[in-house]
Design a protein around this ligand. Sequence first.
Ligand code: SF4
Length: 694
Amino acid sequence: VIDIGQPERSVVTTCAYCGVGCSFKAEMRGDELVRMVPYKDGKANRGHSCVKGRFAYGYAAHQDRILNPMVRDSIDQPWREVSWDEALSFAATKMKGIQQQYGKEAVGVITSSRCTNEETYLVQKLTRAVFENNNTDTCARVCHSPTGYGLGQTFGTSAGTQDFDSVEHSDVVMVIGANPTDGHPVFGSRLKKRLRQGAKLIVIDPRRTDLVKSPHIKASHHLALRPGTNVAIVTALAHVIVTEGLFDEAFIQERCEWDEFQDYVEFVSDPANSPEAVELLTGVPAEEVRGAARLYARGGNGAIYYGLGVTEHSQGSTTVIGIANLAMLTGNIGKKGVGVNPLRGQNNVQGSCDMGSFPHELPGYRHVKNADVRDIYEKQWGVTISDEPGLRIPNMLDAAVEGTFKGLYVQGEDILQSDPDTKHVAAGLAAMECVIVHDLFLNETANYAHVFLPGSTFLEKDGTFTNAERRINRVRKVMAPRNGYADWEVTQLLANAMGANWTYTHPSQIMEEIAATTPSFANVTYDLLEEKGSVQWPCNEAKPEGTPTMHLDGFVRGKGRFIRTDYVATDERTGPRFPLLLTTGRILSQYNVGAQTRRTDNVVWHEEDLLEIHPHDAELRGIKDGDWIKLMSRSGETSLRANVTDRVSTGVVYTTFHHPTTQANVVTTDYSDWATNCPEYKVTAVQVSLSNGQ
Ligand code: SF4
């Protein structure tokens, strides 16, 4: 037992890891953070937390943090430590020079889903008001961009429909392509509690996650589908609901576009969409699909929770649409206990999307082509805003390789490790004349940077994060930034070095600007957040207390819209050389590429990424548990150790992506979602063989 003594003060703030957004009391003695205590009044966690949030703040004090700005003329030179003034002047001169030589469109930014709403708002403002283009994209590109598209098309806005409390009213829960006990542990615990109370569970996942069978919990149906066949399964569920007359006609007549519903009925009723017709494709027995469809449609309040196993596919957007169709078909929308709920991976991925990080949307998901919306920002910022959508991350990298895109400001995102097709990312970065990395650590992307601007942690700044239930939580400064400036200040300094005249002195002023220009945030102020603890958007004149459940009486778009979901096979195919399908996911103790959690004591719980392989597939290859194996795809190869387990089916292998030594994305493909370019991380044809070591 370690006696840490009594804290001298405590500050309530929000966890910087996953999209649950747990509230904590950071207990301090002097400038030292001695303990993070889950906050009992936190509305997202109600006094609970997981190991990441509670014990993994150590990265803030880690020796690897870079605290002084650095520059270099080319990436083969060593870094030179310089003052903030010199670094910002160096960066601004380079970016201005690029724009003069190659045009305004030759530079862009990538915002961070780990930074605050206020910081993200400023980075997209930098792009639109200072760089004068729309080349802003977000790391949500590689995770939940299909959620934005799919829910926008069907419901009218990109957001989970419920609050977390809602699960306590669910009778049937369908979890698709998500592993909440590892990825969103505090919500996972609440879900398990509801299941122990008797709610029924349907899991759609190629892998037997803990939810499928654990003490006191057993899924009624586990549809262990072949990776890449989500659309076929979701459409088959709809086929059963429609052809067996299980749909909620009254709800659909009142709340949805009737003509489009009829077209949809014709589409899903086609026998080619029946569970029997797709059984061979999906690998799921038709009776299991029929049973799951009947349970979801007739089991009472039905809620759907989904994750990156839905979105990170070449048909990610189509599956999101299919999920929205299921909820509308059964009337499972607009009340407690139901709904469509994307489980957001990162602490502020919802907020980074809300704040206008996408190249085609201003804050609040409003298209840059909309002159009325541009007019709001043109008046606010005193500039002219381009009506041309900008470049997405993959398009920026393509343009860099082609020689037309030359400068990039990346805030809090390691695209070299987290984006697909590592070789192509490296080629794009290497072709640029100015890469500015603004981060806590010298990450993999920084190997290609010319300017390194030290970042600040969530403990060192004020602001807000928006969690997966649209809850705007306060982030409160616990200690002074070790690097000298909070991230929002650095962006302001960079903008001013480029010629702007921004004068924010506190993030609350940025929130005032967000509220003044974004209808769904119109009533949000720091005073309101102090009073309420947190609020869920929309929070405006119509909903002054915020909105726990969306689409109560009508959808944001008016009437809900059914859209047909034709299955199109991915271009990634298995064959004699690459006979297995690789899919990926997270583990409880680690967070994404591990830049933060690997620099904490959490590393002792997960020292390396492992490849899960079924005993039958392992035996065929002479592989035993713990052996070093070579994992090879058409894109590249890597080595890691085998975990022989029946959690995966034959023909499927699985790994996590937390360690740079593994570099799982060396093997993933460059296929992506048809609507949003979200990479297809979840389907890669691979071969696995014994290797001689690391
Ligand atoms: Fe909560 Fe997620 Fe942080 Fe864990 S990682 S404490 S579940 S916000």
